[in-house]
Write a protein that binds this ligand. Sequence first.
Ligand SMILES: [Zn+2]
Length: 122
Amino acid sequence: MATNPAPGTAEGEGRFWSKVHRGPEGACWIWLGAIADDGYGRYYLHAGTGGMVRPHRYAYALALEIELEELGELMHVCDVPVCVNPAHLQPGDHTENMRDRMRKGRADNGLFGHSVGVGRAG
Ligand SMILES: [Zn+2]
């Protein structure tokens, strides 16, 4: 009779990492488990009863010791969907904000701003 490790235990975590091929320092960590049609991995927290997560999200949550529910969007900085290296993952919202800020900053910084009226003073 097979016994499944209880969800949320260290044993469950070990089961997760056993499906990950960790590359050398700085390299991608490749998910070896199930991969869905969208190209992203799938990890079933407890076999047969649902509780599916994206492996990269699970790995990120484990690395930061936070709950999966606290995670927003995650983006791969390495563009490898099956990579679960937490160092290659970034919260998507943050990146969006940064990009947005840069764009706005550049626009506000223009040399050709509203100079109308300055030369007419006096
Ligand atoms: Zn990667």
